[in-house]
Design a protein around this ligand. Structure first.
Ligand code: PLP
Length: 362
């Protein structure tokens, strides 16, 4: 009964972790992929008000003009090149539309391994071919490693900085080198910048500043703790955006109306306090773990991706679970299973307990 394309997607490994979690009463949960803070009250007010005022119907497919204008202004300030932008149902919505719009069967998409799971499954779903670029041990998807994997079938490169699951960021120089390489070959970059506000050392490096064939994607989910509101955007070349919008019209239709209104207000709302707090957590976790694990200090997002003892993530995750600590084995995000992901998007109390267990079982 089920279409064969569905066999291209195996149920997310994260789900298996959730099932395990359900068996533990009070897990020390360091597996969460979203902020531990709520949407700020002022932004909620705007959403509530717009619902109460009756702003509850379809919006234009591209998104409401005031949000598009505000996003457009923001991208221009960052000197990111684009002809058009539209509002999506989260960055996830943009990713699906991009793959559907651009990939023919057999077209190759370069994906850094470890990767954000959605890339692999959605490329497969549309009949494309994910080509994994092994970025161990420093998790940097550089121009040099991209170049080694280019073939005449390469259509796109998925770039994610700061990255999930490693937190690793690319520098301005590194994205420029990638742009120089791909510009020459007319290869599209899907630049997933959902963690662009969660950046602790450098400034955000956007490949779209240097490569016109870039789909720059960003979102509100992580920055404002509104993962359930489904709000993001994609900006890029006119001919691609227009096709993506056409498909949005016949699929997502539009992003949630009230969330778009709230999104406009959110863009002027300072989140520095929260980000500073995440930086403090990042420094703290690194200081605690660095003498016990082989671990890269993440420059952004809210994840660490340390190496598991004996490079056996399954055995290590099992050991952690015995201590009621929930972490995610590397093979959920990778073709390898030598590392594990911890999220520091948790209360200090939870982090303290988790770090203690991690030190004890190292
Ligand atoms: N891209 C990356 C790298 C992510 O980690 C996530 C969420 O975990 C998303 C995209 C999805 O974001 P959204 O909620 O905007 O769909």
């Amino acid at each position: 009964m089920i279409a064969s394309r569905m066999s291209q997607i195996d149920s997310s490994g994260i789900r298996k972790v959730f099932d395990l979690a359900a068996k533990i009463k009070n897990p020390v949960n360091l597996s969460i992929g979203q902020p531990d803070f709520d949407v700020p009250g002022e932004i909620k007010e705007v959403a509530i008000e717009s619902i109460e005022k009756g702003f509850n119907h379809y919006t234009p497919t591209q998104g409401i003009p005031e949000l598009r204008d505000r996003l457009s202004q923001d991208l221009k300030e960052k000197q990111i090149q684009f002809d058009e932008l539209f509002v999506t149902s989260g960055v996830s919505g943009g990713i699906l539309l991009a793959f559907m719009t651009l990939l023919n069967p057999g077209d190759e998409v370069l994906i850094a391994d470890p990767y954000f799971v959605m890339y692999k499954h959605l490329v497969n779903l549309v009949g494309g071919k994910p080509v994994f670029v092994d970025t161990y041990p420093d998790f940097k998807m550089t121009a040099e490693c991209i170049e080694k994997h280019l073939t005449p079938k390469t259509k796109m490169v998925a770039l994610n900085t700061p990255a999930n699951p490693t937190g690793v960021t690319l520098s301005e120089e590194e994205v420029k080198e990638i742009a120089d390489l791909l510009k020459e070959k007319n290869i599209v970059v899907l630049s997933d910048e959902i963690y662009d506000q969660f950046i602790y050392d450098d400034k955000q490096a956007s490949v779209g500043r240097y490569h016109p064939l870039t789909l720059t994607m960003g979102g509100f989910s992580k920055t404002y703790g509104m993962t359930g509101w489904r709000l993001g955007y994609t900006a890029g070349p006119k001919e691609i955006i227009q096709e993506m919008v056409k498909l949005q019209q016949f699929s997502f239709v539009c992003a949630p109306s009230f969330a778009q209104k709230a999104g406009v207000a959110a863009m002027d709302f300072p989140m520095n306090g929260k980000i500073d707090d995440y930086k403090r957590k990042r420094d703290w976790v690194y200081d605690e773990l660095k003498d016990h694990y082989n671990v890269t200090k993440p420059g952004g997002a809210f994840y660490f991706f340390p190496e598991a003892p004996d490079q056996d993530a399954d055995a290590f995750v099992k050991k952690a679970l015995e201590r009621e600590l929930l972490i995610i084995p590397g093979n959920v995000f990778s073709e390898k299973n030598s590392h594990f992901r911890i999220s520091f998007s948790a209360s200090d109390e939870t982090l303290k307990k988790g770090l203690q267990i991690l030190k004890e079982i190292s």
